[in-house]
Write a protein that binds this ligand. Structure first.
Ligand code: PEP
Ligand code: MN
Length: 362
């Protein structure tokens, strides 16, 4: 087993600090030939920094292909030897951590179904104690940032220094567009909570289909993600798992060539001056909006006083529906989405109720 004296491979270290970091490989290792051919064709694109393959597959239903198991690990070792690319696999138990490290896997990842289970995450963390290997942690299948953070903390407490996040979307009933709803704000919030931590997007498991992959990849890059993990297979339609979402190495290269890569900043005085001016305008408008909101709350308090004197309830659904309808009709005319108007008014309504409640209780 690898110990803390042994350092992670140089290839893995340089991949970890590369931006954007591109990880690709099949959903599952199926045969030695498939792993080696995929690895070589991916390496030939010149666009890939790390190879992925599922060795142990957590499947929704029994009887589905559950991965080839430890016998696939030497195939990955061989793929690394042939291409020079570092490797990553999913681990869910202490034994899997041990096996993966025995076969020189460079980076481990924790899958979405494992992140939800503190017992499993703790078992993986315990197996990582004293081991110097980077770990990527996928979001849990349910949109729970505390659970995701909890997994990060368990792995960090085991002494793991290099931890990254993979955003693979969230399970939701009846969603037909995505296999897993991206809920971008969850990943953004996670990044704000863990500044400096690598954030990778996994468009394959978000989309569950090939035709919208590029759109999601571009959005991740627009949002300043540090990298992408995309599934690639030499014969996607006949893949043993996740066939619909995989693309050939050559198609992946095409997509990576199509993406408009954006940077966080640019060294241009003109750009910074223009941006500064617009940001000042935004600050000014934000101040004004707050003043207006404060005035609105004062009026709500006056209403609260009348309600108190006349013993009337705070919540009046009829009036509230009238406000909503009026505002969304107006909002739509000036370019504000109905969804935004509803969320915005809900927040104002809650604050307004709190102000009135204080008056009623006084
Ligand atoms: C995978 O990466 O193939 C996988 C099983 O992903 P997730 O844990 O996101 O479902
Ligand atoms: Mn998969």
């Amino acid at each position: 087993m690898q110990t803390s004296e042994q350092t992670t491979s140089e290839a893995a270290q340089s991949a970890w600090s590369k931006r954007p970091l591109i990880i690709s490989g099949p959903c599952s290792a199926e045969t030695e030939e498939q792993v080696l051919a995929t690895a070589q064709r991916l390496a030939a694109t010149g666009k890939i920094d790390m190879l992925r393959a599922g060795i142990w597959k957590p499947r929704t239903k029994p009887g589905m292909f559950e991965g080839v198991g430890a016998k696939g690990l030497p195939w990955l070792q061989q793929a690394k030897k042939l291409t020079g690319l570092p490797t990553t696999v999913e681990v869910a138990t202490g034994k899997q951590v041990e096996d993966a490290l025995t076969f020189d896997v460079d980076v481990l990842w924790i899958g979405a179904r494992t992140t939800v289970n503190p017992f499993s995450v703790q078992e993986v963390a315990d197996a990582l104690r004293g081991v110097n290997v980077p770990v990527l942690i996928k979001n849990p299948i349910n949109p729970d940032l505390e659970l995701w953070t909890g997994a990060v903390e368990r792995i960090a407490r085991a002494g793991v220094k290099q931890i990254g996040l993979i955003h693979r979307g969230f399970s939701s009933y009846g969603n037909t567009e995505y296999r897993n709803a991206p809920m971008w704000h969850m990943a953004i919030e996670m990044k704000l909570k863990h500044p400096g931590m690598l954030l990778i997007n996994d468009p394959s498991h978000i989309c569950g289909r090939r035709d919208i992959l590029l759109e999601v990849m571009q959005k991740a890059i627009d949002l300043d993600y540090d990298g992408l993990m995309i599934e690639s297979h030499i014969d996607p339609d006949n893949a043993w798992s996740d066939a619909k979402q995989q693309v050939t190495p050559e198609r992946l290269k095409e997509m990576l060539d199509t993406i408009i890569w954006r940077k966080e900043d640019v060294n241009s005085e003109e750009y910074h001056a223009a941006l500064e001016k617009l940001r000042q305008q935004i600050n000014h408008l934000d101040d004004e909006m707050m003043q207006i909101l404060s005035q609105r709350m004062k009026i709500a308090e006056q209403i609260g006083k009348y309600k108190k004197e006349n013993n009337i309830t705070i919540l009046q659904t009829g009036r509230w529906n009238e406000i909503l309808e009026r505002a969304s009709a107006k909002g739509e005319k000036i370019g504000l989405s109905k969804e935004f108007i509803t969320r915005y008014l809900d927040a104002i309504h809650m604050e307004s109720i709190n102000h009135q409640k204080k008056v009623l209780d006084s």
